[in-house]
Design a protein around this ligand. Sequence first.
Ligand SMILES: Nc1ncnc2c1ncn2[C@@H]1O[C@H](COP(=O)(O)OP(=O)(O)OP(=O)(O)O)[C@@H](O)[C@H]1O
Ligand SMILES: [Mg+2]
Length: 346
Amino acid sequence: MYGGRNTSSTGSRSVPYSPASVYSDTSTTRSSTSSSRSSVASAARSVAGVFVSCFTPPVDTRSSTKSFADSDEFKPAASDALRAGSERKRGSNRGVYATANNSTHGREPGSVKFSMEEILKATRNFSSSFKVGQGGFGTVYRGRLEDGTLVAVKRAKKSVYDKHLGVEFQSEIRTLAQVEHLNLVKFFGYLEHGDERIVVVEYVPNGTLREHLDCIHGNFLDLAARLDIAIDVAHAITYLHMYTDHPIIHRDIKSSNILLTENFRAKVADFGFARLAADSDSGVTHVSTQVKGTAGYLDPEYLRTYQLTEKSDVYSFGVLLVELVTGRRPIEPKRELMERITAKWV
Ligand SMILES: Nc1ncnc2c1ncn2[C@@H]1O[C@H](COP(=O)(O)OP(=O)(O)OP(=O)(O)O)[C@@H](O)[C@H]1O
Ligand SMILES: [Mg+2]
C-alpha cells in the first residue's frame, strides 16, 4: 500500500506555489507565479491600511502560553511574531519554502512504521512538557527523531479510539501516505500497536492560524499575511481535489487545522476526516457519508443530503476566508442573534 507511493513528487519542494507547478519545474512557471504573487502581496500591503479596523487586536489579548514556545530546544529560530508583518520572507519562491522547511532535516516523508521505542525516545516518554495540543483525536506532542528531524506525534485517545477512531486512523494513514505538497503537513509514519495509534508528521513550529487570529503569539497578522495564507490553503485544497491520483476531500478545513511555519506559510493539517472523493470517470458525483467536520464550517447542503463533494471543502474555505479577514470565529454564541453565525450575518 505504501510502497507504491510516487516519490518523484518530492521535487515539488522546490516549486512551491501553483498546484500546476507541483508537477512542473520549469523556470517560466516559477517566475511568473512568483511575480504575480509578489504583486498581489505588494498591492495588498498598499491597501492594508484601509482595513486597519479589521485588524484591531481582540480586547482580551492573551500572552503566549504554548508550551512548545517555552522550550529552547524547539523554539523556532525565527518565531518572532513581529515577522507576521512586512518582515516575512516572502520575496522569492526559494526563500519561501527553503527556509520554512528547516524542521525536517532532510528526512524524506513516507510511510514508515515506527516502533514504540522510537516514539518514546522522540517524545521523552510522552513528557507533558512536550505536549503541544489536544484535539478530538487525542494528544499532540512534539518530538525529535534520532536523525534530528523535528516531528509532531499525534497519539490517539484510547477511550475514544475503541469507539470510532479506528476507521479515522486508517483514513488518516491512507490519505497522508499518498499526498505531498508544500502546503500540506508532511507525513513521516505511524505506529499501530496494541491499543496505541500514533501518527508522526512534520512539526510545524509556529502555531495554528486560529491562535494567530486570537493574537496568542503576541502579534498581528497583517492583510498581506492573511492573503498569502488564504492562497496557500487554496493551493493545498486544489492539490487535494485535482492533483492527487484520486481526488481527496479534506472534510475539516478550519483555522485550527491550518498550521503556520516560521515564515507564516500555511500548511493544512488533520486528515482524520479525509475521504476519497467519488470517481468522476465512473459517473458518480458524490460520496454518501455520515456527516463529519466542525460546526460553523459545514456545508449546509452536505448536512441536508449527506452527499459529500469537493464543494464541501470549498464552502468551509469560504467560511475560513471570512474568519481570516474579520478574525471572527464561525460561531460566536456571545454575539447578538443575527451575528452569531458567520454564514448567516456575512
Ligand atoms: N503537525 C503539527 N505541528 C505542530 N503542532 C501541531 C501539529 N498538529 C497539531 N498541532 C497542535 O496540536 C493541536 C491539536 O491538534 P489536533 O489536530 O489534534 O486538534 P484540533 O485541530 O485542534 O481539533 P480537532 O480535533 O477538531 O481537529 C493543534 O491545535 C496544534 O496546536
Ligand atoms: Mg486538527
